[in-house]
Design a binder for this molecule. Structure first.
Ligand code: GTR
Length: 428
């Protein structure tokens, strides 16, 4: 009996020591690290028994390596990475998001409206129509924006890809919310823009006939682009406008999306190197979250619920995550060395906050090649504790799935730090 008690005491001591050691390794900013609320895990598991919400049930897996290994394994430098990066983009295009056509035959931009005294005089409101043409077909993308009047010279812009209702991009400002918080962004000296994904491609499975698919009118193959890639491509057309507008600092544009649009934003940022910051807000499966973990939403589920989001080839991985030769840290690494920010929400277990954090953490290996320190530990910080380096940002917001003013302020703090020359001038 005495021996058993001693053994139990030793084991408990070891356990306590292990968790203390883990805590001690976490930097102060981590606030002790994040763990999901136990009650929420229980409830969610009961509500959706086909999906896993328990960290202890994540099966061990081998994460595909970012750098090539084997015969040509060597110390990677920046030049090697540029080559490797193009391989990753190619892999993600052919197996997951689909290939996007490079250009349209005709593209023109027209200012539809301008109000130089918007928001009581503090901003200029503009609506621009981008017309995209192939043969006799045409598509119109409406780009909406507010630019701060107090900033002299070219202004950096945050571009939101919007899949929610058009009232969320309200130019009259009758509808105000944290999803597209125009007033707050203008107050901080930044421009804010947005477009509706349905202008580019409808968010429904229409056999890839409408929107940009119909515009190009190509045969649909296994590696043809899905709607997420199409929306990301739309963000690049908005970028074409920013480059052409002298009032906008096109070298300081952040592309941002929530949830499905967050997936599109990451892919847009991986392909189009003109974006300075790429922001994923609660993008989850097919976005920032590692698929190998099979935590919350899975590939099989996403492909069945949203058959139009990815390319046909991605269906090969339905319930076969182990067969993936890549994972979402490839997507984030393909953005390097440009800045990336990933945000999760504490009650959004469907999107797997740990998996979202880990993709970012593993992509840090590439950022380190460019002199950025990356993230020091593989455990996410507690909710309400934004962490990161100059080029990699992360936070978990307290609460559920959504894009809120708290998130936007963290993105602007991150931009202030990255674009500090700009931030210092506007603050004077
Ligand atoms: C969910 C989907 C997620 C996420 C979300 C959204 O139903 O499973 O992948 O994208 O929609 O876009 O709000």
């Amino acid at each position: 009996m005495f021996h058993r008690m001693c053994l139990v005491a030793i084991c408990l001591g070891l356990l306590a020591f292990r968790s203390m050691a883990a805590e001690m390794l976490l930097p102060d900013k981590w606030g002790g690290g994040w763990q999901p609320d136990a009650e929420l895990v229980k409830l969610t598991s009961e509500r959706r028994p086909l999906f896993n919400y328990r960290e202890t049930l994540v099966a061990p897996f081998e994460l595909p390596r970012l750098f090539r290994t084997g015969e040509d394994e060597k110390a990677y430098g920046k030049d090697d990475w540029e080559l490797r990066r193009s391989e990753l983009v190619e892999l993600l295009a052919s197996e997951m998001y689909g290939r996007s056509p490079a250009t349209v035959e005709r593209q023109s931009m027209q200012l539809i409206s301008i109000d130089k005294q918007a928001l009581g005089g503090s901003a200029t409101a503009k609506v621009v129509q981008i017309r995209l043409g192939v043969e006799n077909r045409e598509l119109k993308l409406e780009l909406k924006m507010f630019l701060p009047n107090r900033v002299l010279g070219a202004v950096p812009v945050f571009l939101l890809i919007n899949h929610r209702g058009p009232e969320n991009l309200d130019m009259t400002r009758k509808v105000r919310n944290g999803y597209w918080p125009v007033e707050e962004v203008i107050e901080r000296g930044y421009g804010i823009a947005g477009f509706q994904v349905s202008d580019i491609d409808p968010d429904k499975h229409d056999g890839f006939r409408n929107g940009v698919h119909g515009l190009f009118g190509r045969e649909i193959e296994g590696d043809s682009w899905g709607s997420l890639a199409a929306w990301g491509w739309g963000a690049s057309r908005a970028m074409d406008y920013f480059v052409a507008d002298p009032g906008i600092d096109a070298a300081k544009v952040a592309v941002l999306g929530h949830s499905r649009s967050g997936k599109a934003a990451l892919w847009a940022g991986a392909r189009d190197t003109r974006f300075s910051i790429v922001i994923s807000n609660n993008s989850g499966c097919g976005g920032a979250a590692l698929s190998h973990r099979r935590f919350g939403e899975t590939i099989d589920r996403i492909n069945h619920a949203f058959p139009h989001w990815f390319c046909g080839n991605f269906e090969r991985y339905n319930d076969r995550e182990h067969a993936l030769s890549f994972d979402q840290h490839f997507l984030i690494a393909a953005i390097a060395p440009r800045a990336v920010y990933v945000a999760s929400a504490s009650r959004d277990l469907w999107a797997d906050p740990v998996g979202e954090y880990r993709s970012l953490y593993y992509a840090g290996e590439v950022y380190q090649l460019y002199g950025d320190e990356g993230l020091p530990v593989s455990i996410p910080p507690a909710a309400g504790n934004p962490v990161g380096s100059k080029r990699m940002g992360f936070h978990i917001r307290e609460g559920g799935h959504g894009l809120e003013i708290y998130d936007w302020h963290r993105y602007m703090d991150f931009a202030d730090n990255l674009w500090h020359e700009f931030a210092e001038v506007t603050r004077q």
